[in-house]
Design a protein around this ligand. Structure first.
Ligand code: C2O
Ligand code: CU
Ligand code: CU
Length: 511
């Protein structure tokens, strides 16, 4: 496993009685949905869900006896889960009712909401510089035309994504379809787990320390905003939709029993075939859907989900625990066909059936750190360069619907980068001259690239023309300034600097 030279500095300042202990907090299972209305699109008759999501300051109960100020969608930490069927469009009205400035560093709380995992139209993609100021709202429109998958929405405000997402502006978003509904557990057995790490100041507020742009390494693990919770489970198969929403930390989940984790879906949805692993590496922003079979355990048995390793070279005692499951004798509904189903063959997808022979071009990228400025780059480019060019500069210009291979080499000595490409799903076709890890053999939009590693990605640039971002999802790296853009189906002279930035302008919110 990769090693690194990261220095750990980010430790909570809580006294020992304020510091939470693993496995005291019960897990709240039912996801909170945002309020919404249903309707029909007059243009094509397709159903539309209209969601209301308000960004606001709130106080979360995370620690014993101390409140934690957060920024949350609808005041929740993490935010409410959106769940709908493929083919149902959505309009998400995101109102920015945040204070003018962040309490920790005073940066202006202007936000841009990105639906990560979606082939959104450019002007609704959460383009970093397409910001909505406090007091305004923007309606984000999504087609939800892709196969079932676990997505998430989070803030992408230019140069402050890291602190904004860390403060709570992150939530899951699920698209269902009939194939996935038939194969995998649904409802209360389809469990969203949003994992993050945090550090706390002595007064209970979130601590933030981006270690000179390298990352934040908290010593408290949160699952759905609770430290090391425990969840009651029946003796049946559960589906865990695991999102690592840590702004920097990568995890290596493993069960305390050593029993298998059956990976059934990656970022872009179902894999062609399930992959049974004893542990797997899970970087920030990646989503893995995992089946765990609790049938064989006895009533009262506790199974822990642990974090096996030091993926970051930055670990603290309790970051080796994530959460626990307590097995109950609650009767199992065996008329639900997913109660004991561990499918092996899942579903093909367009992305996974792409062949390397379809590629018309291979492009080469290199990630680097500039040691003089502590800034991160991709092919020596950064978001500053994009801004300076009037949003015209791009690292690649694939044609619409073309298939390409992108080879990315990490030569930033001692650092790993979870690299994320907007718009597309990709297939990982190579890692250091070999194939991908078992758990990566599904459609992806974020890939872990360890130090000195080279990955090869195969993708089709569909379904929209536009200008899209590619960046590191270690968010302090993204903010400092490891983010570039590529143009799909456009020449530089076609790029209107007002699009995607202001094509749909935020509107004053007088409600
Ligand atoms: Cu999850 Cu461009 O981000
Ligand atoms: Cu994204
Ligand atoms: Cu990085």
């Amino acid at each position: 496993w990769p090693t690194g030279s990261i220095e750990a500095k980010s430790v909570s300042r809580l006294s020992s009685d304020q510091m939470p202990r693993p496995f005291r907090v019960p897990f709240v299972q039912a996801p909170i949905l945002p309020p919404y209305a249903t309707g029909t699109d007059p243009a094509d008759g397709l159903p539309v869900n209209y969601y209301r999501v308000t960004e606001k300051a709130a106080v979360a109960n995370i620690l014993p006896r101390l409140g934690t100020p957060v920024l949350g969608y609808n005041g929740l930490f993490p935010g409410p889960t959106i769940s709908l069927d493929r083919g149902t469009k959505s309009v998400v009205r995101v109102r920015n009712q945040l204070p003018a400035r962040h309490a920790l560093d005073g940066h202006a709380l202007s936000t841009s909401t990105h639906l990560h995992g979606s082939a959104s139209l450019p002007q609704y993609d959460g383009y970093a510089s397409d910001i909505t100021h406090p007091g305004f709202y923007k309606d984000y429109r999504y087609a939800n035309a892709q196969p079932a998958r676990t997505l998430w929405y989070h803030d992408h405000g230019v140069h402050f994504t890291s602190l904004n997402a860390y403060s709570g502006l992150a939530a899951q978003y699920h698209v269902h379809d009939p194939i996935e509904r038939r194969l995998l557990p649904q409802g209360r057995y389809d469990v969203a787990l949003t994992i993050s790490d945090a550090m706390f100041a002595a007064d209970g507020s979130l601590g933030y320390d981006d270690n000179d742009h390298s990352g934040l390494w908290g010593d408290v693990i949160l699952v759905n905003g609770k430290p090391w919770p425990v969840m009651k489970v029946q003796k049946r198969v559960y589906r865990l939709r695991i999102l690592n929403a840590s702004i920097s930390r990568a995890l290596r989940p493993v069960l305390s029993t050593g029993d298998p984790l059956v990976i059934v879906a990656t970022d872009g949805g179902l894999m062609p075939a399930a992959q049974s692993v004893s542990n797997y590496r899970h970087a920030g922003a990646e989503r893995y859907e995992v089946l765990v079979d609790f049938r064989k355990y006895s009533t009262g048995q506790r199974i822990e989900l642990r974090n096996l390793s030091n993926e970051n070279n930055v670990d603290y005692d309790f970051t080796h625990k994530i959460m626990a499951f307590d097995v109950t004798d609650e009767p199992v509904d065996t008329s639900d066909p997913t109660w004991n189903r561990i499918p092996t063959v899942l579903a093909g997808s367009e992305t996974m059936s792409l062949q390397t022979g379809q590629s018309i071009k291979t492009r080469y990228f290199r990630t680097k750190r500039n040691d003089a400025t502590n800034m991160w780059t991709i092919n020596d480019d950064s978001w500053r360069d994009v801004i300076a060019s009037g949003y015209k500069r791009a690292v690649a210009n694939p044609a619409l619907n073309s298939v390409e291979i992108w080879q990315i080499e990490n030569s930033s000595g001692g650092w790993f980068h979870p690299l994320h490409i907007h718009l597309v799903d990709f297939q990982i076709i190579g890692r250091n001259g070999r194939g991908p890890f078992a758990w990566e053999r599904g459609p992806k939009d974020t890939v872990y690239i360890g130090e000195r590693e080279t990955v090869r990605l195969l993708m089709k640039f569909t379904p929209h023309k536009g200008v899209y971002m590619m960046h590191c999802h270690n968010l302090p790296h993204e903010d400092h300034d490891m983010m570039v853009q590529f143009r799909v189906g456009l020449r530089e002279s076609d790029v209107d600097p007002n699009d995607p930035m202001t094509a749909a302008r935020p509107v004053w919110d007088d409600v």
